[in-house]
Design a protein around this ligand. Structure first.
Ligand SMILES: NC(=O)c1ccc[n+]([C@@H]2O[C@H](COP(=O)([O-])OP(=O)(O)OC[C@H]3O[C@@H](n4cnc5c(N)ncnc54)[C@H](OP(=O)(O)O)[C@@H]3O)[C@@H](O)[C@H]2O)c1
Length: 289
């Protein structure tokens, strides 16, 4: 029986992957959720049936016990872990000594082109490893509209993003989880790379109007320039690598490089990815005053 280890298992994609994999009735695999805090993770919905193992990228002593008996790995790099030489490559060295025969890595749209991205370096490292891997490059997650921009929308009635009139094609992290679950459990995806997006690109003026309609109050799109955005995020004490990554992503959107629509989700799952307006409707309580 396959044993699948999931890093970042309490996060956007990791938790949804645990839930999706555990919800499959005829499953012939075991799911191991690699978490920093077992006690708090085991209370999360969907974790009850999964096996939980203590794991931290910055604690090498946790690597070997987490990898015991594992033959498939879903690798998710936490945003906080930006020094990949120090915290991801040593883990991958341990993976090479384990029984893992396939790695699925959640990278990010554009990482193949941009050397500044931590995920770019991980992609390059994976390609040099003997174990076959599959690289998934999702577009931006809808969940960012809660985790990164949610408080601005709720408290200041604006979306504060330096993307000008450029477009993005948001994907729900649950759909990313659905795709990676497919790649981990069905044959034929080794040494492949997939870009996944939502159904439709749109600019932030349209996204702001979707919010206004759903929330019944006006949500404006403020589009600061990149310098102003960086200053604001530094004031909010956000980490430098994170600010740089966000600025590059929104800069790419401003320059028309994030407007692409991929058909990979439909090809792999047979259904359409979730729509942004449905995500806003489902989560509207978060942005209500
Ligand atoms: N956000 C986007 O729009 C987007 C789009 C495409 C790709 N991505 C990529 O997605 C990845 C992030 O995935 P996500 O959004 O699913 O994660 P997330 O929601 O940010 O959650 C991070 C996860 O990593 C865990 N974690 C944090 N520090 C850790 C450490 N030192 N050792 C082990 N685990 C640790 C957290 O556990 P705790 O519960 O213990 O904190 C949590 O499970 C990044 O590589 C990013 O580039 C993001």
């Amino acid at each position: 029986m396959d044993k699948i280890l999931i890093t970042g298992a309490t996060g956007n994609v990791g938790l949804s992957a645990v839930r999706f994999l555990m919800s499959q009735k005829d499953r012939d695999y075991e799911v191991v959720a690699a978490v920093r805090d077992i006690d708090s993770a085991k209370n999360l919905e969907g974790m009850a049936e999964a096996r939980l193992v203590k794991f931290e990228f910055d604690e090498p002593a946790t690597y070997a016990p987490a990898l015991k008996g594992v033959n498939r790995l879903l690798l998710i790099r936490p945003n906080q872990v930006s020094d990949v030489s120090k915290h991801i490559f040593p883990f991958l060295n341990q993976v090479e000594k384990s029984g893992v025969k396939h790695i699925v890595f959640v990278s990010i749209v554009g990482a193949e082109r941009n050397r500044v991205f931590a995920n770019h370096r991980i992609e390059a490292h994976l390609k040099k490893m003997k174990i076959p891997s599959t690289i998934v490059r999702p577009s931006l997650y809808m969940q960012n509209l809660i985790t990164l921009h949610g408080l601005e929308i709720r408290n200041s009635d604006h979306i504060y993003i330096p993307a000008g009139s450029g477009m993005v094609n948001y994907i729900d992290a649950r759909d990313v989880a659905r795709v990676v679950s497919e790649l981990l459990t069905k044959p034929g995806h080794e040494a492949k790379e997939y870009e996944i997006t939502g159904q439709e690109p749109m600019d932030f003026y349209r996204i702001a109007s979707m919010f206004s309609k759903e929330l019944g109050r006006e949500i404006k799109y403020s589009h600061p320039n990149t310098i102003k955005f960086i200053r604001q995020k530094l004031l909010e004490k956000k980490g430098y690598p994170f600010i740089v990554t966000l600025s590059l992503l929104y800069g790419a959107a401003r320059n028309g490089k994030m407007a692409h629509t991929s058909s990979v989700f439909k090809e792999l799952t047979g259904s359409e990815p979730r729509k942004l307006e449905d995500f806003i409707h489902e989560n509207k309580k978060f942005w209500e005053k």
